[in-house]
Design a protein around this ligand. Structure first.
Ligand code: ADE
Length: 223
């Protein structure tokens, strides 16, 4: 899967995608993540990516030309399944959206900034607008990182069997059960006996009951 991220701050994301699972997924050829600096697509001598809004309200708006040039350039090279814009007023991102996006071949994620982007970009170039939560970030870069991380880890082969995404929180609308590792007794704080019993059917049942109980208590809205 190829993900092209369009940003005015590629440095913010460079380190993130060069570490850990994201780096491994790229090295293994399972994810192809490209960062594009919108500034490279400006034509004026000051490389301006933003301007004052018509109508006189406060703040700056991202300009249409460099973004259109960049998206047009990418689209001339391949077909894109979605052109996503990160915005606090978009649809709420969740595991279901991550699952469906992970099945696509090529997506573009445009990171918003300042007061937003010239609305014509949203009308003519964007196919989907996504928010990562009901709060306002200074820019869409963190949202792009959050989405890309949760999408890429779902691509078959990125996680090992033991880390399988199938046992994730939210995958079946249930929170994950508690997990423990050695030592089985630490300062008298004991791991539940059932997990040491070796009886897989009992363990599976205990984990399911724990998931159910935690979901009812912590996130009843998921049930
Ligand atoms: N840009 C600013 N805030 C955002 C949010 N909550 N989600 C996605 N993009 C954003």
């Amino acid at each position: 899967m190829r993900i092209d991220i369009l940003t005015v701050f590629p440095d913010m994301l460079e380190g993130f995608f060069n570490c850990s699972m994201m780096a491994r997924a790229q090295k293994a050829g399972l994810a192809d993540i490209h960062l594009h600096d919108i500034r490279d697509y400006t034509t004026d001598k000051h490389h301006k990516t933003d301007d004052y809004p018509f109508g006189g309200c406060a703040g700056l708006v991202m300009k249409i030309e460099p973004i259109d040039r960049l998206i047009t350039d990418l689209k001339s090279q391949r077909e894109y399944d979605e052109v996503i814009y990160t915005s606090p007023d978009g649809e709420q991102f969740n595991q279901k959206a991550a699952n469906s996006l992970s099945l696509l071949n090529n997506i573009i994620i445009l990171c918003g900034h300042y007061k937003g982007i010239d609305y014509r970009i949203r009308e003519h170039l964007i196919t989907r607008e996504i928010s990562i939560g009901d709060y306002v970030l200074t820019g869409g870069e963190l949202a792009a990182a959050v989405m890309t991380d949760s999408i890429v880890r779902l691509i078959p082969g990125v996680l090992s069997d033991e880390q399988s995404a199938l046992s994730d929180c939210f995958q079946d609308n249930l929170l994950a059960p508690p997990v423990y590792t050695r030592p089985a007794d630490y300062k008298g704080w004991k791991v539940p006996d059932v997990l040491l019993s070796g009886n897989q059917a009992l363990i599976d049942d205990w984990e399911f009951q724990q998931s159910l109980e935690r979901t009812k208590r912590l996130r009843p809205d998921l049930l």
